[in-house]
Ligand binder design. Structure first.
Ligand SMILES: Cc1cc2nc3c(=O)[nH]c(=O)nc-3n(C[C@H](O)[C@H](O)[C@H](O)COP(=O)(O)OP(=O)(O)OC[C@H]3O[C@@H](n4cnc5c(N)ncnc54)[C@H](O)[C@@H]3O)c2cc1C
Length: 637
C-alpha cells in the first residue's frame, strides 16, 4: 500500500535487537515475559494505545495454568480467576439439568481450568513485565518486515518498519477489531507519523488473525470462512433465569445461547445467529447491529422468561475463520504465534490457550540459540511442531461447533457422556509433538507408543519426600502424614532441562551407589559444559541448566541404605530423592516401580519428554549424554 502523507520523523536503527515482538495481545505479552525471564532483551510494540478492554477469550485450560507456573504468575491467575463447577442446561426458560464440569485431578494439579477475562490475563502479564522493567510501546504499528542477508562476515537480520501517529492512535475509526477477513487499511488521511526502521535478530509475530507480518512475508493462511454468524454481548441484564453459572440455552427457534457470568454482575451472552443470507454484506450487518436487535433475539430464546438489557459493555458480530498458517517459521528468523498462526471458532475455548502454548514452545528455543547453546538451524525449525496442535484445535472446535449448531446443548451432553471430550482433551493436557531434532526416540530400544512416546507433555505424578523407614511406622507421622507433592511442581524454570531418574527399587540395593555416582559424574560434566550466559530470572537462585530428580519405588520406604539417606538430603534438582509410593508415577512414564530396570526421562524446558531410556546404568546415562550432545552446542569448548 503506497503512503500518501509525509512522514515527519523517521529514523533507522543500526544496532540489532535480539527480539522484536509485534502485537501485545496476551500471546505477545506472554512471549515477552518468558523471554525477559530468559534474560533476553525484547522490544514489544502494539498498534493500539492500550490493552483492549473487550475480552474475547474467557477460558484458561489446565495446561495453560501449568505453564503459568514457569513465569511465577500462577498465584495471580488463581486469585483472579473463577472455577466453573457445573453447567446448567435450559430448554427456553425451563431448567433441564445440570452437570459437573469434567475434572481430572490425576492428570493435573489444575483439574478444572479457570474463567478469566482475556483483558485480565493480559493485565497479569503486563504487571509482571513491569516488575522486570519491561513496558509495551503502545501506538507503534508494524508496517513492513523482511529478512536481510548480511554482507560478508555480517549476520543475517530482520528489518522491520514501524510507525506511530504523532497525534492520537493508528487505528482507524470504526475498524472492526474482532475477527474476519484480512483488511489491509491505507493510512489515514492528514495524519502525521513517525517511522522507524528497526533491526532485530528475530521477530515474533503475535499480531493477531489479520497479521501484517504474515502478509508481508507471504505466508499462506489456508482454510475456510464459515457462513455462520455469531453475536456476542457483554453487559448487565435483568432476566428471570439465573445466569449465576455457565449456562446453555436451546431455544425453540433453533438458536442457542451460551451464558458466562463475569465479574461485578456482568454477563457474557453468545448467540449462534444463523447463516449469512445470499448476497448479505457482513460489514453492513455488523454496522446495523443494535442492542435492541440483540435483546429481542435473546428474549425470544429464553421466552417465556423476561430478558432486559440494563447496560452494554460490548456488542459485536463475527464470522468464524478456520485457518492455519502454512508455516510457522520463516527463514529461521520470523515466527508466527497465536492468532497470527491459527484461528478457529471459540467452541472449546482453545484459541488463546493454543497461542500461549506456542509462546511457551518458542521462547526457550530463542533463549538457547541467543545464548549460543544450540544451533539456530537445528533448534528453531522444531517450532513447526506447534502446527499440528493448531490442526487439532481447529478440528476439535469445528466438531464441537457443528454438533452444537445441529443439536444445541444436547451435543454437549452427548459428548460428555460418550467421553468425546475427556478430561485430557478438555484441559489441553494431551499435547504431543512428533519426532524431530529434539524429540528423539532411543536409537536401539523399542519405540514406545501412545503415552510414553517422546514428544508427549510430561505427565503428572504424585510424590512423597523421602524419610527413613521409621516414618512409615512412626505413630506421630501416621497421624500427621507427610504432604504429597506434584511432579509438575518440580519441573519448572524457563530454561531448565529436568532429568527424571525412575529408580524402581534399585535404591534399596547395591544399585544405589551406582546411581548416585553416575548421576554426579554426568550432571557435573553437563553443568560445566553447557552454561547459560544470560541471567535467568525464573525463581531459581542457581544457573544450573540440568535439574535431576530421583524417583524411587515404594520399597525404598523400608530401606535404610546410607546412599539413599544421603540422596534424600540433597537439594531439590540436585538428585534429591522422592518416593513414588503408589508406583503410579513410574507407570505414567512407562517404567515399572518394582523389580524393573528403571529408566530416565529427559524433560525439555517446556515440559515435554525429549528423550527416554530404559535402565539407570552406565549405558543409560551415556545415552542421555548423547542426547544432550546432539541437541546442544558446547559453546564454551
Ligand atoms: C468470541 C470469542 C471468544 C473466544 N473465547 C476464547 C476462549 O474462551 N478461550 C480461548 O483460548 N480463546 C478464545 N478465543 C480466541 C482468543 O480470543 C484469541 O485466540 C486470542 O485473542 C489470541 O491472542 P493473540 O495475542 O494471538 O492475538 P490478539 O489478541 O488478536 O492480539 C493481537 C495484538 O496485535 C496487535 N496488532 C495487530 N496488528 C499489528 C501491527 N501491524 N503492529 C503492531 N501491533 C499489531 C493488536 O492491536 C493486538 O493487540 C475467542 C475468540 C472470540 C472471537
Amino acid at each position: 500500500m503506497p503512503f500518501t502523507t509525509a512522514h515527519n520523523l523517521s529514523s533507522t536503527s543500526t544496532t540489532t535487537l535480539p527480539v522484536l515482538i509485534s502485537g501485545a495481545g496476551p500471546v505477545g505479552l506472554y512471549e515477552a515475559l518468558l523471554l525477559t525471564q530468559l534474560g533476553i532483551p525484547v522490544r514489544i510494540i502494539d498498534r493500539e494505545m492500550a490493552i483492549s478492554p473487550n475480552s474475547r477469550a474467557l477460558g484458561l485450560h489446565a495446561r495453560s495454568l501449568e505453564i503459568f507456573q514457569f513465569t511465577g504468575t500462577i498465584d495471580d491467575f488463581l486469585e483472579r480467576g473463577r472455577a466453573i463447577t457445573n453447567v446448567s442446561y435450559y430448554k427456553n426458560a425451563r431448567l433441564v439439568g445440570s452437570l459437573p464440569m469434567i475434572r481430572g485431578e490425576e492428570h493435573s494439579m489444575f483439574s478444572r481450568g479457570l474463567i478469566l477475562e482475556q483483558a485480565k490475563t493480559s493485565e497479569i502479564f503486563l504487571g509482571k513485565l513491569k516488575e522486570f522493567g519491561v513496558f509495551v510501546e503502545y501506538g507503534w504499528e508494524l508496517l513492513d518486515t523482511k529478512v536481510v542477508e548480511g554482507g560478508p562476515g555480517e549476520e543475517e537480520y530482520v528489518e522491520t518498519t514501524i510507525r506511530r501517529a504523532l497525534v492520537g492512535g493508528n487505528v482507524a475509526e470504526g475498524e472492526d477489531r474482532v475477527m474476519g477477513d484480512v483488511d489491509m487499511r491505507a493510512e489515514q488521511k492528514d495524519k502525521e507519523y513517525e517511522t522507524q526502521v528497526v533491526r532485530s535478530k528475530y521477530l515474533v509475530a503475535c499480531d493477531g488473525g489479520r497479521s501484517t507480518v504474515r502478509h508481508k512475508i507471504n505466508v499462506a493462511f489456508p482454510g475456510r470462512t464459515l457462513t455462520q454468524k455469531s453475536l456476542l454481548w457483554d453487559g448487565h441484564c435483568d432476566c428471570d433465569m439465573s445466569f449465576a453459572g455457565f449456562t446453555l440455552v436451546k431455544g425453540s427457534n433453533g438458536k442457542n445461547l451460551m451464558v458466562f457470568p463475569m465479574d461485578d454482575g456482568v454477563v457474557r451472552i453468545g448467540v449462534d445467529n444463523g447463516d449469512m443470507a445470499p448476497g448479505e454484506d457482513f460489514e453492513q450487518t455488523l454496522r446495523e447491529l443494535t442492542i435492541e436487535h440483540f435483546e429481542s433475539i435473546v428474549a425470544e430464546v429464553v421466552h417465556p422468561a423476561k430478558f432486559k438489557i440494563k447496560s452494554t459493555i460490548w456488542l459485536t458480530a463475527f464470522k468464524i475463520n478456520e485457518r492455519r498458517a502454512e508455516q510457522y517459521v520463516y527463514k529461521n528468523r520470523i515466527f508466527l504465534a497465536g492468532d497470527a498462526a491459527h484461528v478457529h471458532s471459540p467452541a472449546g475455548g482453545q484459541g488463546l490457550n493454543t497461542g500461549l502454548h506456542d509462546a511457551h514452545n518458542l521462547a526457550w528455543k530463542l533463549g538457547y540459540v541467543l545464548n549460543g547453546l544450540a544451533k539456530p538451524e537445528f533448534l528453531l525449525p522444531t517450532y513447526e511442531e506447534r502446527g499440528a496442535m493448531a490442526d487439532r484445535a481447529i478440528q476439535l472446535s469445528s466438531k464441537l461447533l457443528n454438533r452444537r449448531l445441529a443439536m444445541g446443548w444436547v451435543a454437549d451432553i452427548k459428548a460428555y457422556f460418550l467421553f468425546l471430550i475427556g478430561p485430557m482433551l478438555v484441559a489441553m493436557l494431551d499435547v504431543e509433538y512428533e519426532k524431530n531434532n529434539i524429540n528423539r526416540p532411543h536409537k536401539s530400544q523399542p519405540e514406545p507408543k501412545g503415552d510414553y512416546k517422546v514428544g508427549v507433555r510430561a505427565k503428572e505424578g504424585t510424590l512423597l519426600p523421602f524419610y527413613s523407614s521409621s516414618f512409615v511406622t512412626d505413630t506421630k507421622d501416621k497421624k500427621d502424614p507427610q504432604p504429597t507433592l506434584r511432579l509438575h511442581s518440580l519441573i519448572t524454570g524457563v530454561a531448565r532441562f529436568h532429568i527424571l531418574v525412575f529408580a524402581s527399587d534399585h535404591l534399596t540395593t547395591s544399585g544405589a551407589k551406582e546411581i548416585s555416582t553416575l548421576l554426579d559424574h554426568h550432571v557435573s560434566q553437563w553443568q560445566s559444559k553447557w552454561t547459560y550466559g544470560s541471567t535467568l530470572r525464573d525463581g531459581y537462585t542457581d544457573k544450573d541448566l540440568f535439574k535431576v530428580h530421583v524417583i524411587t519405588g515404594p520399597s525404598s520406604t523400608t530401606s535404610s541404605s546410607s546412599v539413599l539417606l544421603e540422596m534424600s538430603k540433597r537439594d531439590v534438582g540436585k538428585g534429591k530423592v522422592f518416593v513414588d509410593q503408589a508406583g503410579r508415577t513410574h507407570q505414567n512414564y512407562g517404567f515399572a516401580a518394582t523389580k524393573g530396570l528403571g529408566g530416565i526421562s529427559v524433560i525439555r524446558p517446556d515440559s515435554h519428554v525429549g528423550f527416554r531410556v530404559h535402565g539407570v546404568n552406565e549405558q543409560a546415562w551415556k545415552d542421555v549424554d548423547e542426547y544432550f550432545s546432539t541437541v546442544l552446542v558446547a559453546h564454551y569448548e
